[in-house]
Design a protein around this ligand. Structure first.
Ligand code: SF4
Length: 189
């Protein structure tokens, strides 16, 4: 792939061992820069658009090549949607290697649809995303019981199905948690 010295601003090195940012064992790319400034944000050090470090995308590829046992890659931050072109290049690289992709953003899906009209790179990035965790973290809606997200307003969106149908389709949490199986087993106790 021709990268033409493209870079991405990151808050940290690629983390290789998260089990809380999506299903299975995941690598997490912590992007730098976020203007949502949610009250109670756990990573305010990632807000500054001049913070972190500008890293060649080639170096991110090298870190991804070193992964061995991960099920997927999560883009978090910061808000990856402020760097849609660089993120889409990395997401395509991950997808070609067979990883599923989860992305955390402070924008809602509907806001991203509007923004994509003036920035086509947002749609390009969305094309590679399996699940989008959307919306700001709202401390009043904080709920430790929510799957893979901090507050109840945030949604786990099945992006391929949503793009196909034009309506927001949610990730099937019951299926993921095996709730149907659990209920079925209970009837036999
Ligand atoms: S969108 Fe995420 S990184 Fe940005 S302020 Fe909100 S919680 Fe923090």
């Amino acid at each position: 792939m021709e990268l033409n010295n493209k870079t991405i601003r990151l808050a940290a090195d690629l983390q290789s061992d998260s089990i809380v940012d999506g299903p299975g064992l995941r690598a997490v790319l912590w992007t730098q820069g976020c203007s949502h400034h949610c009250r109670g944000c756990q990573n305010p050090q990632t807000w500054d658009f001049d913070g972190g470090a500008e890293v060649p995308i080639e170096m991110v590829f090298e870190a991804i090549d070193e992964l061995e046992y991960q099920d997927g890659i999560t883009f978090s931050g910061g808000d990856p949607m402020f760097q849609p072109e660089s993120c889409s290049i990395i997401a395509k690289y991950c997808k070609d290697k067979g990883y599923n992709i989860w992305v955390y953003t402070g924008f809602t899906y509907e806001q991203l649809m509007k923004l994509s009209k003036t920035d086509p790179m947002i749609m390009e990035f969305l094309k590679y995303i399996d699940v989008l965790v959307d919306g700001k973290f709202k401390i009043k809606e904080k709920d430790l019981g929510c799957l893979f997200r901090g507050s109840r307003n945030q949604r786990l969106i099945n992006v391929p199905e949503t793009l196909k149908s034009g309506e927001v389709v949610l990730f099937n949490e019951d299926k993921y948690l095996g709730i149907d199986n659990f209920k079925r087993k209970k009837t036999y106790i």
